[in-house]
Design a protein around this ligand. Structure first.
Ligand code: NAD
Length: 264
């Protein structure tokens, strides 16, 4: 098969462990010939990410906490020094205080609202701006979002508001960077069992509900997301920018799940 990412270099941000969506994407990109740099948030994650990065031949592994802009600047300085230019960025980063991923959205605190927005929304804008400075024409930026941005999901709360902002950012950044030949898109993934996913109260109920009712009647896998990311980061999607692409077994098309007595 043609190796779609041969000769392309980029950074994958947001691998915490082998269950991370970022890891699913990295594996697929590596299989298709991409050269990947990885970032990790703090040394505890670093110990988990290092063997994964090495398993796909990565030579660049840099600490980066988006709350500390100095570490973001350092990342792009390192990429410029080592590679000169890049072709893609995967942003798979989100955070909100667990204690507010339950109960009412209305009870979100000012402090957690600002922190959630900075890490889960604004970081993509800051990263994109720096990435484009060293990005080759034909480059592609990708972030991860969730349908709680446009419809109310129990317990998703402030994270849904952050994802709404993130999706709007994708459209504005696509407009800003289109003239540079750089595309900007998001994948809206169905529920995946990850560390971040487990922070949402009663996530298990949502995984089960999704699997039972989605048109494909199955969970969203890391390979599902990896395949869509390969499309969005490669020339296959050359005419696509500003999009939110659902990879969720079709769940988002439903208005209400099919009642038991109507199922065949
Ligand atoms: P994960 O826990 O594996 O990854 C989240 C990553 O965010 C971790 O690597 C963590 O280190 C990083 N992160 C958090 N705060 C950070 C900071 N200050 N600086 C740098 N990195 C930071 O979970 P995941 O589910 O793979 O999450 C990846 C993305 O996918 C997130 O944006 C998430 O909202 C999104 N997403 C997840 C699901 C799901 O069901 N798991 C569904 C749709 C979208």
């Amino acid at each position: 098969a043609e190796r779609l990412m041969e000769g392309r270099r980029g950074v994958v941000m947001g691998v915490a462990n082998h269950n991370s969506i970022a890891w699913g994407i990295a594996k697929t990109l590596a299989e298709h010939g991409a050269e990947i740099a990885f970032t990790y948030q703090g040394e505890a994650f670093g110990r988990r990410v290092r063997p994964l990065a090495e398993s796909v031949g990565a030579k660049i592994l840099v600490p980066c906490d988006v709350e500390d802009i100095g570490t973001v600047d350092n990342l792009f300085a390192t990429l410029k020094e080592e590679w000169g230019s890049i072709d893609f960025v995967v942003h798979a980063i989100a955070f909100s205080d667990k204690s507010e991923l339950k109960g009412r959205y209305a009870d979100t605190t000012r402090e957690n609202f600002v922190r959630t927005m900075l890490i889960s929304c604004f970081s993509f804008t800051e990263i994109s701006k720096r990435a484009v400075e060293i990005m080759n024409p034909g480059g592609s930026l990708l972030t991860l979002t969730y349908a709680g941005s446009t419809r109310v999901m129990p317990n998703y709360n402030v994270m849904g508001v952050a994802k709404a902002g993130l999706e709007a950012s994708v459209r504005y950044l696509a407009s800003d960077f289109g003239p540079n030949g750089v595309r900007v898109n998001a994948i809206s993934a169905g529920p995946v069992r990850t560390l971040a996913g487990a922070g949402i109260t009663d996530a298990r109920t949502m995984y089960t509900y999704h699997r039972q009712h989605a048109p494909l009647r199955r969970a969203t896998s890391l390979d599902d997301v990896g395949g869509a990311a390969l499309y969005l980061l490669s020339p296959l999607s050359g005419g696509v920018t500003g999009e939110v692409h659902f990879v969720d077994s079709g769940y988002h098309v439903l208005s209400m799940p099919k009642p038991e007595h109507l199922r065949s």
